[in-house]
Design a protein around this ligand. Structure first.
Ligand code: DQA
Length: 146
């Protein structure tokens, strides 16, 4: 199964940003963990990170044409603001799973709304790096056309 893993703004600052929330492992460590899990699970994986909303929309749209069979997405701050990312996920009609490192529902009220989550069939929230593994495993078990 070909999976696209999308990470939004400031996730490239893991290991530097708010370590008490996000831990001290960096984005490269997250990518390495995801690549290892993909191998373990027998999935093909492509990683994409951007700080720009439009670039994320473009990459999701591209997934419709490049044979991607499922999208695992942590839209980061755009989770709570971006109707454009929600619409892109709806447009491509691919299975989608939402991941957040922290428990957004236990944080500030503005983090309780997830637009992107409205187009996702599964949600892995507050599980740290493991949320990505759970989301990938969910895709392999549940996504049609895998
Ligand atoms: C996050 C939670 C968001 O509210 C925040 O803006 C992020 C990261 C998470 O993974 O916990 O940048 O998506």
């Amino acid at each position: 199964m070909k999976l696209l893993i999308v990470n939004g703004p400031n996730l490239n600052m893991l290991g530097i940003r708010e370590k008490h929330l996000y831990g001290d492992r960096d984005y490269e460590a997250l990518c390495a963990a995801i690549r290892n899990w993909a191998e373990e699970l027998g999935a093909e994986v492509e990683l994409f990170q951007s700080n720009h909303e439009g670039a994320i929309v473009d990459r999701i749209q591209q997934a419709y044409f490049d044979g991607t069979q499922g999208i695992v997405i942590n839209p980061a701050a755009y989770t709570h603001t971006s109707v454009a990312i929600l619409d892109a996920l709806k447009a491509v009609q691919l299975p989608a799973a939402e991941v957040h490192l922290t428990d957004v529902n236990a944080r500030e009220p503005f983090r309780h709304v997830s637009y992107a989550g409205m187009a996702c069939q599964a949600h892995f929230i507050g599980m740290g790096f493991d949320g990505y593994k759970r989301a990938m495993a969910w895709m392999l078990e549940n996504a049609p056309g895998r």
